[in-house]
Write a protein that binds this ligand. Sequence first.
Ligand code: ADP
Length: 201
Amino acid sequence: MIRIGITGGIGSGKSTFCAHLEEQGAVVFDADSEANAVMVGDASIRKAIIDLMGPFAYQVDGLLDREFVSRRIFSDPIARRRIGEIVHPRVQERFLQAAKEATRAGAEAIVREAALLPPAHMRDSLDVLLVVEAPREDRVHRVVERNHLPREAVMDRIDAQPADEVYRSAADEVIVNDGSLDDLRNEALRFWGQIIVRQSA
Ligand code: ADP
């Protein structure tokens, strides 16, 4: 079974790309949702985050205050690094577990989808790393439509993520999503075909 990392900034089209791979039989592991689940559901991680950021990291209903946490992470590189150190290992454990289960279930591939590049020391758990990128204006437009957010808010989010070159420099393959949704689907099918051939070779 092949382990594929798929990453790209907000609105690049990575979730759509992953959904096409899922249709072909890949198991998709959404690392960002898993990170959120770990931050909410794992008592020792909650404690570590509260020690780092204070009680306002969580809302009264117990969910993560994503606005508060994002603001802290954005303005404080040390907090950003620390939160990664707290959360990444647990997400990685879950990924390795999911990969084992996918192997047992006979899946041909597992896809680890995340907005940020996997940390360097986790790169070994992936056989191939694919980056989806798209022109900035397309990303802004698509996320405004999808999330009903003001343009400025979307541009701020894009600017808070790494630049295209940073993603590219780590990638084995880059998909440029600057055409139609059908074009993106065709790219996903082409990639899938190539992966399956490589695996059976
Ligand atoms: P990401 O997961 O990288 O944030 P998505 O895959 O959710 O991005 O895509 C963002 C939005 O843009 C979705 O609503 C998706 O349907 C749309 N989209 C993605 N690629 C295209 C495309 N090539 N043409 C038109 N809309 C697209």
